[in-house]
Write a protein that binds this ligand. Structure first.
Ligand code: ADP
Length: 425
């Protein structure tokens, strides 16, 4: 925009000159007042013309306003384009694969990691339907099924030694973003950890058995002054033995993908569980069985027995004398539930989510005193996972807890006695 300092200075210089000139002319003509008026008028005219000029030059016109707005828009557009470029280059260099899909599941964009992890190729894979591009892979099946839940440990397309974790995020107008992360290294580390725990447990088993055997041979009556020490050594070696056995059980469960599909008759199992609980309780508790469900389970009899008795042993150990423990086997619309309810110490809500972690205890002293290994609920969770079942825990401190195992209909069988009844009826 042009400025006019020169004209304004001219006006400033001219003003006193005009006034003096006008006054002189008036004095010469004996009418200085008229002279001053003439000079004033000339100056007003000049001033008005200057204001008009200012309006034309300094004040923005409609064209100026359009140009300013255009300039601003250009700056904003450039800024947005720079940000978009930065974002793309950041997304492009992520180690996780990103694939942008449109409403028809066609590939709109993908980053470099998607080339190595999913085998997509530039430029001819732009616009292809992803599910068709990944045909005959577990990922394609997952996409076909709607990709609702994240998929873990799936083999990368065309790369049998590579594992991926994939998830799908919805955004915008029915667009979706597929995220895939390479979990091969994590899996390898996890495998090393599992092998280490299994090997250590296995190595400890033999020396512990020997120590325990010798301790059993020692008779406290031979050395009465060492009797309390001997008894404590026996208890601790037994506990260590139990920890090692539980760790080995966990290692076995972790390496298993599936369980044997045998019939597990529930009626006899409930009777055995009750007898075991009574033996553990030594008449300190009332043990009740409510077996309303006429159903057997399909799975591993040994592992299911271990999980159910773990819950019962916890109920006995964490319920003070005089309490009641109720074992239930009930049908639900989704399947059946095995639950153990106690009237024991209960568990504060903030611990519930972590109870199935290895060695997680609400009270370490109470767990140790009662002979716990801290691995029982972890074993329960693994056994249930292998049976596609889930564990729920409800508890009120000071009132008691209910641990429930929920099995789906596909894990239920009609008991043989009932089948015979049906056939003969
Ligand atoms: P532990 O061998 O210590 O009992 P678990 O894995 O079986 O190990 O249980 C983990 C923790 O959960 C226990 O240490 C205890 O604090 C709590 N817990 C489990 N069952 C019960 C229960 N029925 N009542 C109260 N607390 C329980």
């Amino acid at each position: 925009m042009r400025r006019t300092p020169l004209r304004f200075s001219l006006l400033l210089v001219l003003t006193p000159g005009l006034l003096l000139g006008g006054a002189a002319l008036g004095w010469l003509g004996r009418n200085w007042v008229a002279g001053v008026m003439i000079a004033g008028t000339i100056e007003i005219v000049l001033l008005l013309s200057y204001i008009g000029h200012l309006q034309r030059t300094i004040m923005p016109t409609a064209r100026d306003a359009a140009r300013i707005s255009h300039d601003r828009n250009m700056t904003r557009t450039r800024r947005i384009a720079t940000r978009m470029r930065d974002l793309r280059s950041a997304a492009g260099s992520l180690p996780d694969a990103l694939v942008l899909l449109d409403q028809a599941q066609r590939v709109r964009w993908f980053n470099h990691a998607a080339e190595s992890l999913l085998g997509l190729r530039r430029p001819h894979d732009r616009g292809v339907v992803l599910q068709e591009r990944l045909r005959a892979s577990a990922l394609a099946d997952w996409l076909q099924a709607g990709a609702q839940e994240p998929l873990h440990d799936v083999t990368a397309p065309g790369q049998p030694s590579r594992n991926l974790s994939v998830s799908m995020l919805a955004f915008g107008d029915r667009q979706r973003l597929l995220l895939a992360r390479d979990t091969s290294d994590l899996n390898r580390l996890e495998q090393i950890r599992r092998d280490f725990v299994a090997n250590v447990s296995h190595e400890l088993r033999t020396p512990l058995t020997v120590i325990h055997g010798y301790l059993e041979l020692l008779d406290p009556e031979d050395v009465p002054e060492l009797a309390p020490v001997l008894s404590e050594m026996r208890a601790q070696s037994k506990r260590m033995g139990q920890i090692v056995e539980d760790l080995l059980t966990l290692s076995r469960l972790e390496t298993q993908d599936q369980v044997s599909d045998e019939r597990v008759p529930m009626r006899p199992l409930l009777t055995t569980l009750r007898r075991e609980a009574q033996a553990l309780s030594r008449e300190r508790h009332q043990i009740v069985v409510e077996a309303a469900a006429e159903a057997d389970l399909l799975g591993s009899a040994k592992d299911l027995h271990s999980a159910f008795s773990n819950l019962l042993s916890n109920a006995v150990r964490y319920t003070p004398t005089g309490g009641t423990i109720t074992i239930r086997w009930e049908r639900t619309p989704e399947g059946a539930v095995y639950s153990v309810q106690d009237t024991g110490y209960g568990i504060p809500a903030n611990h519930l989510a972590r109870l199935t972690e290895r060695f997680y205890r609400v009270s370490s002293s109470r767990s140790r005193e009662s002979g716990g290994t801290g691995l029982g609920l972890s074993i329960v969770k693994h056994v249930l996972n292998l049976h596609q079942a889930r564990l729920t825990i409800e508890s009120t401190p000071g009132q008691g807890s209910t641990f429930a195992c929920h099995f789906g209909n596909e894990r239920l069988l009609v008991p043989i006695a009932r089948e015979h009844e049906r056939e003969s009826g």
